[in-house]
Ligand binder design. Sequence first.
Ligand SMILES: Cc1cc2nc3c(=O)[nH]c(=O)nc-3n(C[C@H](O)[C@H](O)[C@H](O)COP(=O)(O)OP(=O)(O)OC[C@H]3O[C@@H](n4cnc5c(N)ncnc54)[C@H](O)[C@@H]3O)c2cc1C
Length: 426
Amino acid sequence: MRIIILGSGIIGLATAWFAAKEGHEVIVIDRQPGPAQETSFANGCQISVSYAEPWASPSALIKMAKWLGKEDAPLLFRPQLRLNQWIWGMYFLRECLPGRVEYNVRHLVGLCAYSRDVLRTLRHETGIQYDELEKGILNFYTSEQDLAGAEKIASVMRELGCDRQVISKERVLELEPAMQPSAEHIVGGDFTSDDETGDIYLFSLRLAEKASSLGVQFKFNHQVTRLLPGASKYDAIAGVEVIDDKGVHATLTAQAYVVAMGSYTPLIVKPLGIYLPIYPVKGYSATLQVTNPALTPTVSISDSAYKMVFTRIGNRLRIAGTAELSGYNRILNPVRCQALTQRAKSLFPGACDFDHPQYWTGLRPTTPSNIPFIGQTRIPNLYLNSGHGTLGWTMGPGSGKALADILSGRAPDIDFQFIGQSAKQS
Ligand SMILES: Cc1cc2nc3c(=O)[nH]c(=O)nc-3n(C[C@H](O)[C@H](O)[C@H](O)COP(=O)(O)OP(=O)(O)OC[C@H]3O[C@@H](n4cnc5c(N)ncnc54)[C@H](O)[C@@H]3O)c2cc1C
C-alpha cells in the first residue's frame, strides 16, 4: 500500500520506519529541510516510563494556582481570547478527577513501557547510536512534604510494573556524586534503574537514514496546505496539497494518509470536521558544553521543585523544562531561558560552560489527558499519530509500530485505547 506520512518528527519517522518494514511504499512530507527540526529537536532526552504521569491531577491544580502570573514559574498560563485554549482548559480540569487520573496513568505507562521495548529492539536490530545511556532516572526532592508524597506515586508505578523506589539522601549522592554540591538542600529522592536517555535528534536523523535505505521517500521543504476531502464527510481523502520552497504547488495521492504533525495536526484536520484537543504547550531547553565531566551528572536528574530535567548527552548537558500555554509562538523568553542555566549552575557548579548556552524552544503537542490520538479516524484512509505531549520520545517508537500494525490490518500488540479500534482482549 502507498502511504503518505505528514510530519518527520519522532512520531512520523517511527511510523515511516515500521510501515516500510511491513513492505508498504512510504512517502514522508515535512516543511523543514530535514528530519526532527521542530519539537523532536532538543528536548529533555529522557525515556521516562516510570515517570509517565499526566500533568492533570488534583495536586497539579494547587501548584498551578500558586504559579499564576509568575514569569519564571514552571507552568505559565497566558490567557488568550482563543476558544481552543479555553476548551482545552475545560477538558484538562475534567482529567484532574481522581478516576480519570488513574485511567490515564495506566494507559500512559502501558504505552511507554511497550515503546521502550520497541526502542531497545530497534536499537539492537539497526545498531543506531545516539549518545544513549542506560543509567536510570533520579528524581530528587528538596522539600520534606514532597518527599512524603513520593511513596504514594512510586507504589502506583510499581503496581504497573515499574521499578520506582524512594531512596535516602545518602543513596541519591551515591548514585550520582555530581549532586554533592547540593547535598545540604536534598532530603531524598526516587530512582528507576530501568529508564534511559539518549539524543532524540541524533536518533531521528539516523532512523531517517535507515528508512531511506529501506526505500522511504522524504519530501522536505514541502508545506502541507490541505487534505482534499472526499464527496461526503465519511468518504476517503482524495489527496494532499503541498507547496515547496520554490512556490510550486502539487497534489500527492496515496491509499492511506497519516497525520503526525505534532501541535499542527488539529489545524490540518479541522476543515474535515475533526476536532482534536491538542494544544501547543511551549517548553524550553538549554544545551551546555561539559567542561568538567567529573562534576557533571551521567544519571539523568529530574528536579521535582523546579520541574526541570538534566540529561547528559555525550559531552553536553541538556537542561529542559517549563511549560507555557500561550499559543503557537516560539519566541525565547530570556527570563525562562536564564532560569534553566541558573538552576544548572547552582546544582552543578564548575561542570559546564555556563556562558555559552544554546537555547531552544519547542511546542509539546499536548492533550488534556496526555494520552495521544493513535489510529484510524471516521474517514477510512485517514490515520492519526499525534498528541504525545510531554512524552513523545518515550512513546514514539511504540506509537509508530502500533500504527504500522493498524495500517497493515492487524491489532497492535498492546492494550491501549487506539482510536477506531476496540481494546485488545487480554
Ligand atoms: C522542552 C521539552 C522537553 C521534552 N522532554 C521530553 C523528554 O525528556 N522525554 C520525552 O519523552 N518527551 C519529551 N518532550 C516531548 C517530545 O519532544 C514531543 O512529544 C515529541 O517531540 C513530539 O513529536 P512529534 O513528531 O509529534 O512532533 P514534531 O517533532 O513537532 O514533528 C511534527 C513535524 O510536522 C511538521 N509539520 C508541521 N506542520 C506542517 C505542515 N503544515 N507542513 C509540513 N510539515 C509540517 C514539522 O515540521 C515537524 O517536523 C519534550 C518536549 C519539550 C518541548
